[in-house]
Design a protein around this ligand. Structure first.
Ligand SMILES: [Zn+2]
Ligand SMILES: [Zn+2]
Length: 311
């Protein structure tokens, strides 16, 4: 993701949720957004409730710094208690932007493997359902980059086991980034030993898909059929719902509010009602705007309104 994260200094401003209108009924799989952990991870579930989210993505650290916080059992218990009293049914973390498990530079790669292992460890301590991770940049050679990325994943999963499922996220394909095609994601997963592969799934992001050349606008059904053929829909553990600021096939990763970008509302209404995606939690990473509530609540209200029977 490259947008939609609140800055570390962002605070929830006082506001009246009712002025944003009631949330339409929704009986589908968990549907939510990336939520701030300012003040501690235990603050996040209440923020999810404010926007009407039943799925919640967080960072377990500041994503653009190498500093690795330790989450102890006290913090984890407080988080799980807050979660239990919230409406959140699905939780995931997104890993740091600095991690590049595919790097040919041994120093960067060692640092990345250590940082990624700690991401896995924190998610397991918090009992998050999933950790979403961007494949790395191969820099020099694609095939060896994929092998390095798979080896980094293997090392981290061997070191830390627990309830959290790793979801490798499809990318937009900018520069030397790995994972912008279903075939390459399959290649990456297949290089992880089978016993560990059972703990790995896929996260797809609508903005990345569209930028990578998967035409959600004109070939909606075909995109999911191709995914099913190559990776299997049972592997799809999460969808990131973002419109795109850039045109089809741009290979850029620039998130936009749903309906304001090059994808438009249609494919998102289709996603909400697509039976083949009926098991998949869905998470917004769209721009937050002035506060951490208004835009997300509007987006979730719109998405719920797309559900058959609400129109
Ligand atoms: Zn993104
Ligand atoms: Zn994403």
């Amino acid at each position: 993701m490259t947008a939609g994260k609140p800055s570390a200094s962002a605070k929830v401003k006082p506001y009246d949720v009712s002025r944003l209108g009631p949330m339409p009924p929704y009986h589908g799989p968990p549907l939510g957004a990336h939520v701030s952990t300012v003040g501690g991870v235990a603050q996040a579930p209440a923020r999810a409730d404010l926007i009407g989210a039943t799925a919640m993505q967080i960072f377990t650290k500041t994503p653009n710094q190498w500093k690795e916080p330790i989450i102890n059992e006290v913090t984890a218990s407080a988080f799980r208690a807050a979660l239990a009293t919230s409406g959140v049914q699905f939780t995931n973390s997104h890993d740091s932007y600095l991690i590049n498990l595919a790097s040919p530079d041994p120093t960067i790669r060692d640092r990345s493997i250590d940082s990624f292992s700690r991401e896995v460890e924190r998610c397991n301590i918090l009992h998050l359902d999933a950790l979403v991770s961007h494949p790395g940049n191969f820099i020099n050679d694609r095939a060896s980059g994929i092998a390095r990325n798979a080896d980094g994943i293997t090392q981290a999963l061997e070191k830390h086991s627990g309830p959290t499922r790793l979801l490798m996220e499809g990318t937009a394909g900018q520069g030397t980034v790995i994972g912008s095609t279903f075939e390459e994601l399959a290649d990456l997963l297949n290089q992880v030993p089978a016993a560990l592969r059972a703990r790995i799934g896929i996260c797809l992001d609508t903005c990345h898909l569209y930028s990578a050349g998967y035409d959600l606008v004109n070939d909606f059904a075909g995109v999911w059929t191709r995914f099913d053929d190559i990776l299997g829909l049972d592997r799809l553990g999460c969808l990131h719902l973002n419109d795109s600021k850039t045109p089809f096939g741009s290979h850029k990763d620039r998130h936009e509010l749903i309906g304001d970008g090059s994808i438009g509302k249609g494919p998102f209404a289709n996603i909400i009602n697509e039976a083949r995606l009926g098991h998949v939690p869905k998470v917004l990473e769209t721009p937050k705007g002035d506060d951490m509530v208004t835009n997300d609540r509007k987006m979730l209200r719109m998405l719920r309104g797309f559900a058959d029977g609400n129109g």
